[in-house]
Write a protein that binds this ligand. Structure first.
Ligand code: ADP
Ligand code: MG
Length: 621
């Protein structure tokens, strides 16, 4: 059977798209291959088809559990044997899945990166007949990338275990430096990149300076451009507020962010996906793995701090090839806010060491003590006591963690945990109400080591598995802990703080360049690129493509810069500058809003005004 036969028979597509066939032939011939295709380009086919053509099992490393489950379900529906191993499965379940891969003639094993380091996994893997390894979202292996995940570095170890097995790395986002780094980190035997242009011919980029409020601006866009939309907003609270404001304006909308329950997330994503809700207002937590073809509009109400993130998010529009819009809104605060984000994410080193010292004092840890000690640590109380700004203090603590001095879990990373407080033998003497018994049995079945250590749980998943309400699960857990059968630590408990070294003097703290200086410089460069995106007069598509290393990209002819150039007579910045100065000299406006130059494009005036403020050619008094 040819690759094309497999595509047609198993997946029902008539032909390959873009460079799919190139990638398939390359990995099919046993060559290490890096495939670069934009989001929605159809990367999955590039490993699924050759895996079916070859003997043995394809190992797929993928960072998102939800995505893994989706793909496994998808393959199974087609009668293809596929399974997955990820955090949250019980040891027994994992063993069953892995044994299936050894003896059961399975074609796909999906595994999340933090699992591959385990001895159990590696021991079983050694017995499998692996055709090739697929690393999805391969940019996560690069510290130069914008979404580095340390667990990805473990993949190198897998390659050592399976020295003759080729690897297929796939990503939708990589600058030239990252392209090189991925191949190095994965130990490619030869340089081999299959790249498809990231040009999105049907995507219409625009940057819009807000003349009114952002809400109003979003509403106007939604009225102008019919169809499904995503509005990206940075703050979680902001997603809720904007969605309910839109609903009040008669627009069908909902909101989404990381702190919703799993149930809420699934329900809302599904409603939006099938079109019963038109607009999704979301933080960047929404998107990976979304496969909706007919999204017509993506709006960003805040400027993302990396072009990679922007390109990915904007790229969720128009996968069906029909015209779609990607609009980035900004206002006079956007550029200073972006700049401050760099400073907030990487506060000065004196500040970091100050936070370290204050935290030690807050925890009453004596100099030289503390090695391995864990304490509760309430960031809010700490910031209050020592007058720190939470965002900066948070980031200082993150950097101290990455530099290896401490380990701390902030509220977001916390999940609920349980541990048995009774002995295993005592279990038989309890007479529990039926629902409580079911919850307990479920925990005993699914959480390994629960008698000796805390196990993370997800109330939503338990509720789903047992077919009861999430609130019931919580109630049962609280009741179980009242009966001293187990200890239940609900999520949003006070975060903890662990000393990974004894307490040292402030001036002994060293921030390695790999943790601090290099990362800061990269973030700064990304932010500069985004500021450039806001202010450039170049074709926006070409601007982004250049950033990703496509130097010979053509003008798109569609974006606001391309079209404005032809519609509005060219007017260079210097002329606009002079006009503004003339206006100010004549009218003495009391605010920026009073500056009217109606014959010039408002957006250009806004942009130049901005530059003048930045350069202090104008000052607000
Ligand atoms: P990516 O991982 O690159 O973001 P996916 O693999 O999820 O993209 O594929 C995106 C969509 O494209 C899916 O709905 C998939 O079924 C579809 N697709 C992939 N290859 C083809 C093809 N050759 N012909 C038609 N549709 C395809
Ligand atoms: Mg994919």
């Amino acid at each position: 059977m040819t690759y094309l036969d497999i595509l047609q028979q198993h997946f029902g597509f008539s032909s390959f798209r873009g460079i799919q066939q190139d990638i398939i032939e390359s990995i099919g011939a046993g060559r290490d291959t890096l495939g670069l295709m934009p989001t929605g380009g159809g990367k999955s086919i590039t490993f699924q088809v050759p895996a079916l053509a070859k003997d043995g099992l394809c190992l797929v490393i993928s960072p998102l559990i939800a995505l893994m489950k989706d793909q496994v379900a998808h393959l199974r529906k087609k009668g293809i044997k596929a399974t997955a191993v990820y955090t949250g499965m019980s040891r027994d379940e994992i063993i069953v899945a892995l044994e299936n891969c050894i003896f059961g003639n399975f074609k796909f094993l999906y595994v999340s990166p933090e699992r591959i380091a385990s001895e159990l996994f590696q021991a079983k893997l050694a017995k499998m007949k692996v055709s090739f390894i697929t690393v999805d979202e391969a940019h996560c292996i690069s510290q130069w990338g914008y979404d580095f995940r340390p667990s990805y570095l473990q993949i190198a170890a897998i390659r050592k275990l399976l020295p003759d097995v080729p690897v297929l790395a796939l990503t939708a986002t990589a600058t030239p430096a990252v392209v090189e780094d991925i191949q190095r980190q994965l130990g490619f035997r030869e340089t081999n990149v299959k790249r498809m242009s990231f040009e999105r011919k049907n995507l219409i980029y625009a940057v819009q300076h807000c003349s009114t409020t952002k809400e109003q601006e979003v509403l106007e866009l939604l009225e102008l451009i019919p169809g499904s939309a995503i509005i990206y907003t940075r703050s979680r609270l902001g997603t809720r507020e904007l969605a309910s404001w839109l609903v009040n304006q008669g627009i069908s909308a909902t909101h989404y962010h990381a702190a919703l329950t799993n149930r809420e997330k699934t329900e809302r994503a599904e409603a939006w996906q099938k079109g019963s809700i038109r607009v999704m207002v979301a933080t960047n937590a929404f998107g990976m793995g979304i496969d909706k073809a007919d999204v017509r509009l993506i709006v960003h109400t805040d400027v993302p701090d990396s072009p990679e993130a922007y390109f990915q998010e904007a790229g969720r529009a128009g996968r069906d090839g029909q015209p779609a819009h990607a609009v980035l809104l900004y206002d006079d605060h956007s550029i200073p806010v972006l700049r401050r984000r760099v400073e907030d994410t990487f506060p000065p080193e004196e500040y970091i060491t100050q936070v370290y010292e204050d935290a030690c004092n807050f925890l009453q840890m004596a100099m030289g003590d503390g090695y391995g000690v864990t304490r509760e640590f309430n960031l809010e109380a700490f910031c209050h006591a020592f007058r720190h700004f939470p965002v900066r203090a948070y980031n200082a603590l993150q950097l101290l963690s990455r530099a290896g001095y401490i380990e701390w879990a902030d509220a977001e990373e916390n999940r609920s945990r349980v541990m048995m407080s009774c002995h295993r033998d005592e279990l038989y003497s309890f007479h529990l109400p039926p629902m409580m018994d079911r919850v307990l049995q479920h925990l005993l079945r699914t959480c390994t080591g629960i008698f000796s250590e805390y196990a993370f749980i997800d109330e939503g998943e338990i509720a789903h598995a047992l077919g009861i309400a999430e609130s019931d699960v919580c109630e049962q857990l609280i009741d179980l802990s009242r009966r001293h059968i187990l200890q239940f630590v609900p999520r949003k408990f006070i975060p903890y703080f662990t000393f990974r070294q004894r307490r040292v003097e402030r001036d002994e703290i060293v921030m390695p360049a790999a943790v601090y200086a290099d990362r800061k410089r990269e973030l700064d460069q990304r932010v500069q690129t985004m500021i450039g995106y806001l202010t450039t007069q170049m074709c926006r598509s070409r601007y982004l493509l250049n950033y990703f290393g496509e130097e010979h990209a053509a003008d798109c002819g569609l974006c606001d810069n391309c079209t404005e150039e032809s519609v509005v007579p060219a007017c260079d910045d210097q002329q606009i500058r002079q006009r503004i100065l003339d206006f100010v000299a004549e009218h003495h406006p009391s605010s920026l809003l009073d500056i009217h130059l109606p014959d010039l494009p408002q957006q250009e005036v806004g942009r130049v005004l901005h530059q003048m403020l930045e350069e202090e050619e104008l000052r607000l008094t």
